[in-house]
Design a protein around this ligand. Structure first.
Ligand code: C5P
Length: 243
């Protein structure tokens, strides 16, 4: 099973704090973490923050969760494809036409810039959505897990590489998708007592056992006194199954 290095969510609100984390993580010369740049950082500091991360040798997960009409998503993905990032996200809720447009745009951009094709991951249901919101606000009759399975299948059918999902959803997703379909899972805590605002958390080792291909870890690394050592411990538990 393909397993990626832990993806470190750089959720900070100043460029200085982001660069400090990049510099600290770059000190680990044995491993190269994947850094996840999300909307907060990207909207504040633009593509320059991606270049800063690239210069330090990181692979980049650009988590911008694109969701718009197919043509707009295609054009935005073309721009992203030229940036040399490794993972990109879009919402499965945009439908098959939008998902295909996302992939086409990404491929065109990557080809034009001579960059490798990034892995394209879908957001299924946000983990902030629960059954009540699904039924009462979105008028969806299916259960949450059925909706997640449906979106995972839709994503796979339209050529996406995988989904971002909770580790607890991996098993259900694997029931309806092929063996190479990727499940990347946030909500990771080395110490289950400290879960911040995450509702359901698992340890890196549990994520490994549940079949995650990659884990997204933010605060347990970014707020640690020694982010490199926190990264290394989490990495070892996830990549090698040791605590
Ligand atoms: O700090 P923490 O480890 O909770 O950060 C998790 C990261 O994963 C954040 O960037 C958050 O936005 C992201 N994420 C999540 N749950 C999802 C999708 C993304 O926590 N369902």
């Amino acid at each position: 099973m393909e397993r990626f290095e832990p993806m470190v969510a750089i959720d900070v609100d100043t460029k200085q704090a982001a660069l400090k984390l990049f510099d600290e993580l770059a000190n680990d010369t044995d491993h190269t973490p994947i850094v996840k740049i999300g909307m907060e950082l990207y909207y504040a500091f633009g593509p320059g923050i991606v270049r800063e991360a690239k210069q330090r040798g990181f692979k980049i997960f650009l988590d911008l969760k694109l969701y718009d009409i197919p043509n707009t998503v295609k054009r935005a993905m073309t721009a992203i494809g030229k940036m040399g990032v490794s993972f990109v996200t879009t919402h499965a809720a945009g439908g098959s036409e939008m998902l295909q447009a996302a992939k086409t745009g990404l491929a065109e951009g990557a080809k034009a810039a001579g960059c490798p094709m990034p892995k394209l991951l879908a957001i299924t249901e946000l983990t902030s959505i629960d059954d009540r919101i699904l039924h009462e606000e979105q008028h969806v009759d299916f259960s949450l897990i059925e909706a997640v399975q449906n979106y995972a299948q839709l994503s796979e059918k339209n050529g996406l590489d995988g989904v971002v999902c909770s580790a607890q959803e991996v098993k259900a997703i694997r029931e309806v998708t092929g063996p190479d379909f990727l499940c990347v899972t946030p909500g990771i805590r080395p110490n289950l007592q400290v879960h911040d605002d995450q509702k359901r958390v698992v340890t890196p080792q549990q994520a490994r056992e549940l079949g995650s291909n990659g884990i997204v870890v933010g605060r347990p690394i970014t707020l640690a006194e020694d982010p490199v050592s926190a990264y290394q411990t989490i990495r070892q538990a996830f990549m090698e199954g040791e605590n």
